[in-house]
Design a binder for this molecule. Structure first.
Ligand code: 0PR
Length: 372
């Protein structure tokens, strides 16, 4: 059998994005695919060879910095939010140089922070949430001690799309002389394009670093994550010597790394411009409202009023509903606390998809004979 035919067989088993309402990734923008193809062989692990690609990465970092209110931010394009979070905490740990260090993250933090604890030998303390599922700032404060190197706030939580009170966390970071990392892997390319953006980025003096992933709402090809620091000292804290390649130091976690994400992310942001991104975000937010109304008409209630294009519906039967939807090749996620099904309304979702999905949910509920 022709190998391409064989590949096609495997690819056919994947579920197309048109039936996925539970993912923070999406179909890349057409310009991203073109850019990706142009940079297919590039390796940013050796910037002395791929000089242009490296220069482009600096331009993309600057552009992301502009979006996040600090054009002088420095950083690099990561393999995704996990690497961004690991490297931010690694920089904090290295700069502080405290024995048996700890960081404080909200209970709602992405599971990548469990990897942070395991890999870095940093104790990860989990702060309580308030009734709106934002981190409870008094809980964070009560956990800070003289071994705390940093605190973490989330702008767009994985499960609910909630935004922590970053302004308060920023003040707390300054008052306690600890670093503040904002995990805006998802929200970092949503909030800046909302009609009334909340404060979450470098505009706040206490924010030292931000994770912001173009392979989520930036419609770039995977992998394209971003890690930005307020100043260069954080990057310096990550450097290792690289004696035999074209550059002397490397601050990334991975060695060989693709330039495709850099090119595709840059292409989308430049091609659409801020106005184009605003349109994309506005459309996703509007469609989230449509989904909410349609699901409410089936008797569902949201866990919180959606803050961004993530919406969760309470139901005791979340896992059964998800399983039955899966059997019908629809993908949503289910969350545990509170039990709910979670939808992420990414740019690939259309009004037709939403209507088809809701009618499938109606059918599933009647087949399982359950109420929300
Ligand atoms: N921080 C936050 C707030 C996230 O939501 C995520 C991923 C990460 C960090 C880690 O990012 P990487 O996965 O890029 O390392 N959130 C998504 C989630 O867990 C990842 C995802 C995306 C999962 C698409 C499934 C999927 O189909 O939902």
């Amino acid at each position: 059998m022709d190998v391409l035919k064989e590949l096609e067989e495997f690819r056919k088993k994947d579920i197309p994005y048109t039936r996925v309402l539970g993912s923070m990734c999406t179909t890349p923008h057409p310009i991203a695919i073109r850019a990706h193809e142009m940079f297919i062989e590039t390796n940013l692990g050796d910037p002395g060879i791929f000089r242009g690609t490296f220069e482009l990465e600096r331009k993309l970092v600057r552009l992301l910095g502009e979006i996040l209110h600090n054009p002088n931010a420095c950083g690099y394009v990561t393999s995704g939010g996990t690497e961004g979070n690991i490297q931010a905490i690694r920089a904090f740990r290295n700069l502080k140089g405290i024995d048996r260090p700890n960081v404080i993250v909200p209970k709602s933090a992405h599971f990548s922070f469990d990897k942070v604890g395991d890999l870095l030998g940093v104790e990860v303390r989990k702060a309580e949430l308030d009734e709106e599922f934002k981190v409870d700032v008094s809980s964070v404060e009560s956990m800070i001690d003289d071994r705390t190197v940093g605190i973490v706030g989330i702008a767009g939580t994985t499960e609910l799309g909630q935004v922590d009170p970053i302004k308060e966390l920023s003040k707390m970071a300054i008052d306690n002389d600890v670093f503040l990392h904002v995990d805006a892997a998802f929200g970092g390319l949503v909030i800046p394009f909302m009609d009334e953006p909340m404060d979450f980025d470098f505009k706040l003096r206490g924010v030292s670093s931000i994770t912001v992933d173009p392979h989520k709402m930036g419609m770039a090809t995977i992998p394209a994550g971003g890690l930005l620091f307020r100043e260069e000292k954080f990057l310096k804290a990550l450097e290792v010597r690289t004696p035999y390649i074209t550059t002397k130091y490397q601050w990334t976690l991975t060695g060989t790394r693709p330039g495709t994400g850099v090119a595709s992310a840059y292409a989308v942001l430049r091609h659409l411009g801020f106005e184009g991104m605003r349109k994309v975000v506005r459309r996703c937010l509007k469609l989230t409202e449509v989904v909410k109304e349609e699901m409410e008409s089936l008797g569902f209630e949201t866990v919180i009023e959606p803050v961004m294009n993530v919406v969760c519906f309470k139901t005791e039967h979340a896992y059964e509903i998800r399983e039955e939807l899966m059997r019908r090749r629809w993908v949503v996620s289910a969350i545990e606390n509170p039990k709910a099904i979670r939808l992420v309304i990414m740019p690939h979702v259309t009004e037709d998809i939403v209507r088809e999905f809701v009618s499938e949910v109606r059918d599933v509920m009647s087949k399982l004979s359950v109420e929300p």
